[in-house]
Design a protein around this ligand. Structure first.
Ligand SMILES: C=C(O[C@H]1C=CC=C(C(=O)O)[C@@H]1O)C(=O)O
Length: 461
């Protein structure tokens, strides 16, 4: 153990006042597989782990154990609750320059006004954790931090215990065998409320044609039942291997794993600059390069898809004009090609005003019309009435922020809740005036494919 660290930190660990302190200590480790590290926590921290890898693979985070948990059950103030709790922790941080910034990782539910008795019962409207053990792979550096949030007079003993535990986890991750595990065996697929979904799409199209809304995103769920309980690491391994161009995330809570491979960034803050991506409008991939090019060209010119996309660009642009200067918005969308689907994408960026944190931006952005609709409140009410399900954390913000204020949240689509030997998959699509139920239904199958593939299900669409 680093001597300087022991000499300089232990006096702080021994402050004899009952005040909040947030200690962190980072060591560099050699190359270590992030999923092997995740798995090393399996026996002792099953329900207290998270996994994150950004789409361009420049950042991987794994969290094991809870230094502290911030949750909110509020309907109207959940973003402020989490932001305030995090600011209080940041003010108590004791850190040296060489230490990594500790992270707060978690997510929000899609719509706290639509909390229903469902598979999401144990997920509050906001759930965030500071991990006890934080693996960070960034810019070629792999490090592991211990985080300790305490109010006890003498935290020295506890910190020494955490150091031993960290070394045990590293040892397991580096030494024990860790193979790619085979996919689970699906025994039964249930399309939850298919008739309700088809009816909802037709009804919403009618409502839009009657002028009640301009765009509404309608989603549905498919339930997979497996031969045996599916370990969390299997789901994460397979999405990581198979959905290279997406964000990968996993959040465990009370025996369940919410995980996914989403292509959609909601917001990133890096060094005071903010970045978002408008992703809406979809077409399948072609069977050959020529067909794929043709489908892409059609998508770029298709009126319905361009309209669906523009609602998202208008709304995100407005938020950026409110909170940023020097806003850059390309005039026309590009194609985003991922394994199963191609989307229209317009990246937006700007210089963030001082004093605006990532939670303020998430509150302003969520839900964008890529997941909610236009106008926002009207479409949310339509979703509540038409979908007959609780979306839980599907289609909602998931991600991290750190003690410097940087952070990134993705939109948790292409996702599922894994609960023992059952998985609930979710997918939806933007409904506008000329949408057709059969085509929308087909499109949801395409959007189920990443998770279906990872979990060994049959690929439709
Ligand atoms: C609602 C989903 O996708 C959204 C994101 C991109 C494209 C979409 C679309 O073309 O409809 C959806 O707005 C989903 O994947 O479940």
């Amino acid at each position: 153990m680093n001597r300087k660290l022991t000499a300089t930190r232990n006096p702080q660990l021994k402050i004899s006042q009952n005040e909040l302190r947030f200690f962190t200590e980072t060591i560099d480790v050699g190359r270590i597989s992030p999923l092997a590290f995740f798995e090393a926590g399996d026996s002792s921290y099953k329900d207290e782990r998270f996994y994150w890898q950004n789409a361009d693979k420049t950042l991987t985070l794994v969290g094991i154990g809870h230094a502290t948990v911030l949750t909110s059950n509020s309907v109207n103030n959940r973003f402020t609750h989490i932001s305030t709790g995090w600011k209080k922790l940041c003010a108590a941080l004791i850190k040296e320059e060489k230490d990594m910034e500790p992270v707060l990782f978690g997510g929000f539910s899609f719509d706290p006004k639509n909390k229903k008795e469902s598979e999401w019962n144990s997920f509050p409207s906001a759930h965030f954790v500071v991990p006890s053990f934080q693996l960070t792979i960034k810019n070629g550096r792999t490090s592991i931090s211990i985080n300790l949030v305490t109010e006890t007079d003498d935290a020295m003993k506890e910190f020494d215990r955490l150091r031993d535990e960290r070394d045990r986890l590293i040892h397991i991750a580096q030494v024990e065998e860790f193979d790619v595990l085979s996919k689970p065996e699906v025994i039964w697929v249930e399309e939850v409320e298919k008739a309700q979904y088809m009816h909802a799409v037709a009804d919403v199209t009618k409502k839009i044609n009657n002028g009640e809304a301009e765009k509404v995103v309608i989603a549905r769920s498919v339930k997979l039942n497996f031969e045996q309980k599916v370990p969390a690491v299997i789901a994460l391994q397979h999405i990581s291997n198979e959905q290279q161009e997406s964000y990968h995330f996993g959040l465990q809570k009370e025996g369940q794993l919410f995980f996914g491979a989403t292509p959609e960034r909601l917001i990133e803050i890096a060094n005071g600059r903010a970045y978002s991506s408008c992703v809406a409008g979809s077409s399948k991939r072609g069977k050959s390069a020529a067909e794929d090019r043709e489908l892409g060209k059609e998508l770029l010119e298709d009126h319905k898809n361009k309209e669906e996309h523009q609602y998202v660009v208008d709304m995100i642009s407005q938020v950026f004009q409110t909170f940023c200067s020097d806003v850059e918005i390309p005039k026309v969308p590009k194609l985003m090609k991922i394994r199963d689907i191609q989307h229209l994408i317009t990246p937006i960026e700007g210089q963030l005003e001082r004093g605006i944190d990532i939670f303020r931006l998430i509150e302003a952005l969520h839900p964008t019309p890529a997941l909610g609709g236009v106008p926002r409140e009207v479409s949310m009410e339509i979703i509540r009435n038409e979908e007959n399900m609780d979306r839980g954390y599907y289609a909602a913000p998931i991600g991290w922020t750190d003690t410097s204020g940087d952070g990134e949240f993705a939109v948790a689509i292409r996702s599922a809740l894994l609960d023992g030997a059952t998985a609930y998959l979710y997918a939806g699509g933007g409904i506008v005036a000329d949408s057709e139920p059969d085509k929308e239904y087909e499109e949801t199958w395409v959007k189920f494919r990443p998770i279906m593939r990872a979990l060994g299900g049959k690929l439709n669409g």
